[in-house]
Design a protein. Structure first.
Length: 392
């Protein structure tokens, strides 16, 4: 049988455009592609070509493995002091009758409802509430850890942290140390949106800027915490803004190696101040994942967040560089359903996730937040998972 390398060599040679051929050769030889290369891939390469290159890299890094975890989300509040134009979720403090705020007891009740179930991670993320401060969140994490020490807490975007630290008048380093000691294990990737000020000023002018976001992640990495990074794509940004965004992340990763996963988030246009902006096509989305896999050569993982993309498109993304589908989520996550995602109550059982991955011809592997492998489902029968007491 022809080796994958041989096939990809043939594909590269068959491309008539010399600069695109040279990009292909760089990928084949594990050389870094430049910002110009990245923009050229968006603008001149065909989807099958970038897809084939991205799949080659994905399989070189991870073979057929596709990771997921058993997690659940808690959104303590949707009240937010900021007013990002793309956000369908937040309610301004002045109108908080439309919003919700969970008390510590209510959050602990959610945590306890997972007792005896094999979840490994809680993802805590929400609006930036003017009254919920660092003491509240540090106290909450101590309570969660006292109740279930092994549960990994991935919580608070750099936007929430920046606001918390400024309000508490502590430095980024001090603030992160306090939260880390209280039980915060890692940071999610939210709030990055598009870093370039030309776009940031139009879509989320009042929250932390690129430098502030990157500083928080850099400090977390210095402390030994792992973090993720997102990019909100498919709205008013140009291709070069996407490359600029990825370049800033790639540079930081060269220095710290603290990022686990890059998560492109597709802009959804319902119920927000950007409803006039059309959503991107699935072909554009797949190209974005493929270019991201090629550009972010120092990020080990590329995630398609299925609640936002939809299950079938997430399956498709597994052929365009993606090797992670997030998790079971099991949640009342409203951030996407309110913005028009088809997933109104995102939740998949382990059996459903495994089946989704197998249907796409890949090998499902359950991981923890830090990508330690918990179980490979390659040879496990679906009926066996459904009957198992560990299925959730
Ligand atoms: O930063 C808000 C996005 C993010 C819309 O780290 C929207 O594992 C599309 O960061 N259309 C928060 N996207 C969620 C997030 C996340 C999600 C899953 C996993 C991880 C992780 C992180 O949600 C925000 C923003 O970019 N968002 N509104 C919208 N209308
Ligand atoms: Fe607030 Fe986050 Fe929505 Fe922006 S995206 S308004 S920071 S909840």
């Amino acid at each position: 049988m022809k080796s994958i390398k041989k096939s990809i060599e043939e594909i590269i040679q068959s491309v008539k455009h010399k600069p695109l051929q040279q990009i292909g050769e760089k990928v084949l030889n594990e050389q870094r592609i430049t910002e110009e290369d990245g923009t050229m891939l968006f603008e001149q390469a065909s989807l099958p070509y970038v897809g084939a290159l991205a799949n080659f890299v994905r399989e070189r890094l991870h073979g057929n493995k596709t990771y997921f975890n058993r997690n659940f989300h808690i959104e303590p509040t949707n009240v937010c002091v900021f007013s990002c134009a793309f956000c369908a979720y937040s309610r301004l403090y002045a109108h908080r009758e439309e919003g919700w705020e969970l008390s510590e007891d209510e959050i602990m009740r959610i945590i306890k409802s997972y007792d005896g179930r094999p979840v490994t991670e809680v993802h805590i993320v929400g609006g930036v509430h003017p009254k919920l401060n660092m003491d509240f969140f540090a106290g909450l994490m101590r309570k969660i850890k006292a109740h279930r020490p092994g549960l990994h807490i991935k919580g608070y975007t750099a936007v929430e942290l920046d606001y918390m630290f400024r309000k508490a008048k502590v430095s980024v380093e001090e603030g992160l140390r306090i939260l880390h000691e209280a039980g915060l294990d890692s940071l999610p990737g939210g709030g990055a949106e598009i870093f370039h000020p030309e776009i940031r000023e139009q879509i989320c002018a009042d929250k932390v800027d690129a430098e502030g976001w990157l500083k928080i992640h850099a400090e977390a990495h210095k402390m030994g915490m792992h973090t993720n990074a997102t990019m909100l794509f498919g709205h008013i940004e140009k291709h070069w803004h996407r490359i600029d965004h990825m370049e800033r992340l790639r540079k930081l990763q060269d220095q710290t190696h603290g990022f686990n996963t890059f998560i492109p988030l597709k802009f959804r246009n319902k119920n927000n101040d950007m409803s006039h902006v059309p959503e991107s096509s699935i072909a554009e989305d797949m190209k974005l994942y493929a270019v991201a896999r090629l550009y972010m050569d120092n990020f080990p993982h590329l995630k398609a967040y299925w609640p936002m993309l939809g299950r079938q498109n997430a399956q498709l993304a597994l052929s365009f560089g993606v090797n992670d589908l997030d998790g079971t989520i099991d949640d009342s996550t409203k951030i996407y359903s309110m913005a028009g995602s088809e997933e109104q109550h995102p939740s998949l059982s382990t059996a459903q996730l495994v089946s989704l991955i197998k249907q796409a011809g890949r090998e499902p592997v359950e991981r923890d937040t830090l990508y330690n492998e918990i179980m490979n489902y390659k040879d496990i029968d679906l009926a066996e998972i459904e009957l198992s007491p560990i299925s959730n």
